[in-house]
Ligand binder design. Structure first.
Ligand code: SAM
Length: 218
């Protein structure tokens, strides 16, 4: 890991306490990961001093790094175990994948924008995230040769959950994804057991579009 300044460490402590714990996220592994991952390294230098604010930030190519609380809430919803293999659709800045990688065994993450894919792959190498595997493709078709996954997180919104992702979810697996129209979505959590799929709604959210074969069309 790169040298972490005291200034950013203090901002991170305040972020975890005031934005995340205060809103009810209590999973100790998630709180520890949010405390550890240096969010300011996942945004451009010009935005570093805003990295621990209670809002999403632009990461280029019209995309965003999600608000810290949303990252924590979605990560907690996956109920991760240390030996879990996790699929993330929408690598973006790489921040969400890094948070998951602190908790789970391995993260497989897919990005459809080439410039973001290249930039974030280089960052994972620089920060020595050896348990993050990256791929440049349309994530709406999943990653069939690495399936099934213990958990799947989609960090972009679509009108429906792509059925192919459900096929790639292990029995006992969890999936979290924003579902709705192009402006506002509901965060959906699914749990798959031997009886089938069980769905719960977690509340409203606002994500960029999931664009691809089983998402929105460009
Ligand atoms: N997890 C990201 C982070 O921590 O920065 C959030 C990034 S942003 C909210 C969503 C990302 O999903 C964007 O980078 C976008 O290009 C990507 N995306 C959209 N549709 C996709 C698809 N079909 N396959 C892979 N990535 C996709």
């Amino acid at each position: 890991m790169e040298a972490d300044s005291l200034k950013y460490r203090r901002q991170r402590e305040a972020m975890v306490r005031k934005q995340i714990e205060a809103r009810g996220v209590s999973d100790s592994a998630v709180l520890a990961a949010m405390q550890k991952v240096q969010r300011h390294l996942f945004v451009s230098e010009a935005l570093r001093d805003q990295a621990y604010g209670d809002y999403p930030l632009p990461i280029g190519d019209g995309q965003t790094i999600s608000q810290p609380y949303i990252v924590a809430e979605m990560t907690q919803a996956l109920q991760l175990n240390p030996d879990d293999r996790v699929l993330e659709i929408g690598t973006g800045s790489g921040y969400q994948a890094a948070v998951i990688a602190e908790i789970a065994f391995r993260v497989y993450t897919i990005e459809r924008i080439h410039s973001l894919f290249v930039k974030t792959r280089a960052l994972f190498d620089r920060l020595k995230y050896h348990n993050i595997v990256t791929r440049y493709s349309d994530g709406t078709t999943g990653w069939s040769d690495q399936a099934p996954f213990d958990a799947i997180m989609v960090t972009a919104g679509a009108p429906d959950i792509p059925p192919i992702l459900l096929q790639q979810l292990a029995v006992g697996g969890r999936l979290v994804m924003p579902v709705g129209d192009q402006h506002v979505q509901e965060l959906i959590k699914l749990y798959r057991d031997a009886d089938g799929i069980h769905q719960t709604k977690m509340g409203g959210c606002r994500f960029v579009k999931l664009i691809g074969e089983h998402g929105w069309h460009e």
